[in-house]
Design a protein around this ligand. Structure first.
Ligand SMILES: [Zn+2]
Length: 301
């Protein structure tokens, strides 16, 4: 009996040992399996992270940069001189209310302030530049990169020289075109004659020159822009007067003449109130582009 009991006891011990060993092997095996599985998962995660953090975002950035470059190229092409391709419309769609703020004679020491004010109101404008103030030329690039349009006004703005002959006019225009090209990479097709196309000063130097130039510039691929509202800043008006002159609700496409020179602080001071006025009436402030409304005066010479 005793032997049998001992045997039973011994076999129970063995059985327990087998179960314990099995459990130990199971735990070791499961842990090893989990470790392998985890390392595979970790490897997969690492690969995915590489795709997301390293490779894919780089590809996304490259794609976004490519799109941006295409848009920039299209913008530059649409703003460039293209002989034979007409620019703008003289009969605009009347269901839109647009203000074209235009600044002549810059860049100047005031350009930066003008750009800052425009940025505050998310307003776009057009700058008809001259060759004056060489040290301010970087503002041309800054304005263009901020979404404003660069147009040509002439290099010297000297009536006697510019309107001496058709050839003299185009020599001067090409010179300012080169300045623009240095800053923004191309010669813009948007121009404004000194004194506008209706100026009579030119008659003093060359009879009939404006009548010839208005056609000649368009044949060469440019378009000229006059204005339908004069802020009066060239005549030396103060802030309040400039505001009054610049505000109208009489038409939907307003092209306002301003000047961007060192002495025109009143223009800078009047600008916020003018932007507020038109914003309140639901107008949009747009830079001139190839499809914009073209404002032409009637030629007097
Ligand atoms: Zn001017």
């Amino acid at each position: 009996m005793l032997k049998i009991k001992r045997y039973h006891k011994k076999s129970r011990y063995n059985f327990n040992a087998i179960i314990l060993c099995a459990l130990v092997f199971f735990v070791i095996g499961a842990t090893a399996f989990c470790m392998v599985a985890n390392s595979q998962e970790a490897a997969r995660n690492k690969e995915a992270a590489k795709q997301l953090v390293g490779k894919e975002p780089a590809e996304a950035i490259a794609a976004a940069t490519a799109v941006k470059n295409v848009i920039e190229k299209q913008r530059a092409k649409a703003s460039s001189v293209q002989p034979g391709v007409p620019v703008g419309v003289t009969e605009p769609q009347d269901d839109e209310k647009i203000v074209y703020l235009t600044f002549d004679d810059g860049p100047s020491e005031n350009t930066k302030q003008i750009l800052d004010i425009l940025a505050q109101y998310n307003a776009k404008a057009t700058f008809f530049i001259t060759g004056a103030n060489e040290e301010c030329r970087p503002y041309i690039k800054e304005a263009y990169e901020a979404g404003h349009t660069i147009g040509l006004h002439t290099y010297t703005h000297d009536y006697a020289g510019v309107y001496e002959s058709d050839e003299a006019y185009f020599d001067d225009l090409e010179k300012i075109g080169e300045v623009a090209k240095e800053q923004i990479g191309f010669v813009p097709c948007f121009i404004r004659f000194p004194g506008g196309s209706s100026n009579m000063v030119s008659a003093k130097y060359n009879s009939g020159i404006m009548s010839r130039l208005v056609d000649a510039v368009q044949q060469k691929g440019y378009q000229y822009y006059d204005w339908n509202l004069d802020s009066g800043d060239a005549a030396g008006c103060g802030k309040e007067e400039i505001e009054q002159n610049s505000d109208t609700d009489k038409f939907n496409h307003v092209m306002i003449l301003f000047h961007d020179t060192q002495t025109k602080d009143a223009t800078v001071e009047a600008l916020p109130a003018i932007l507020e006025y038109y914003s309140g009436l639901g107008y949009e402030f747009r830079a001139i582009d190839r499809s914009s409304y073209v404002c032409h005066h009637s030629v007097q010479n």
